[in-house]
Design a protein around this ligand. Structure first.
Ligand SMILES: [Zn+2]
Length: 262
């Protein structure tokens, strides 16, 4: 674990802020009772795969992502930036931050298909994990997709939302679709960023690229995904079978198979 920078665990969660946040969704999903408990997931590892983002920017990104989860009662054992690929326990997540890559990438992706097969990110970065561990515990964000083409200046707000979105998938969060805008038949073929605006900027909407600067700052988790992630964390910790990456990957897939419509 050399070159590993531990960030402050930043226990920034204020109970009052948390409750306020959740109340803000009362008009969105009135029937949902939000799980207000505070729960601890695993370690988060940001892998700096590009010099497009400075280590200072990466630290800021990691801190902002951490507080997005803390704000809804999800804490992590630690958040660190490391070029090693550490041993991963059940809820540990690796997020690769990719800049240059010799093939087109999604804006972000969590899990096996995007890393093992589509682009062969696994061999490019010499990721030592097997297919199942990658499916269960590894994602990436594409730094070039959230930076200006001409100046290469990164958009940290947008990147924070994308990184939060991908890590949330790693904890069982699902896509949130605005059914007024999107075609329910084709939700699995809609490209990330192609659909229309929503009044409720959840981290888990698919149309992040249309969010304004202030919406990026006010984005949060929707109640359904707050509950789903906490349930996912509890289930993974509660049963010995989830010590096996294959079973974790399977559970995550099951969680993600039902998109949420608002
Ligand atoms: Zn997604």
């Amino acid at each position: 674990m050399n070159r590993r920078t531990f960030l402050q665990t930043g226990l920034t969660l204020a109970a009052s802020a948390f409750l306020e946040h959740c109340d803000g969704y009362s008009t969105l999903e009135q029937s949902i009772e939000i799980d207000h408990s505070i729960i601890t997931a695993g370690n988060i590892y940001f892998y700096p795969g590009t010099d497009m983002i400075t280590s200072q920017e990466l630290s800021t990104l990691a801190e902002r992502v951490q507080s997005n989860f803390n704000n809804v009662g999800i804490e992590f054992k630690s958040i660190s930036i490391t070029k090693d690929f550490p041993q991963l326990d059940r809820l540990d997540l690796v997020l690769l931050c990719i800049g240059y890559f010799p093939a087109p990438l999604e804006r972000g992706y969590f899990g096996g298909n995007g890393i093992n097969r589509d682009n062969n990110i696994k061999s490019f970065f010499k990721i030592p994990y097997d297919e199942f561990l990658i499916s269960a515990n590894v994602g990436y964000i594409n730094i070039t997709a959230t930076s200006s083409e001409t100046t290469r200046k990164i958009n940290l707000e947008k990147m924070t939302v994308v990184a939060t979105h991908e890590l949330a998938h790693g904890l069982g969060a699902r896509h949130l679709f605005n059914k007024e805008c999107e075609d329910e038949e084709n939700i699995f073929t809609i490209n990330f960023g192609e659909s229309c605006q929503t009044d409720h900027p959840s981290f888990m909407i698919t149309d992040i690229s249309t969010l304004t600067k202030s919406e990026l700052k006010t984005a949060s988790f929707d109640p359904t995904n707050i509950n789903a992630m906490k349930k996912f964390i509890r289930v993974i910790l509660s049963d010995e079978k989830y010590a096996y990456p294959q079973n974790r990957a399977h559970l995550r897939k099951r969680y993600l198979s039902e998109p949420i419509f608002i």
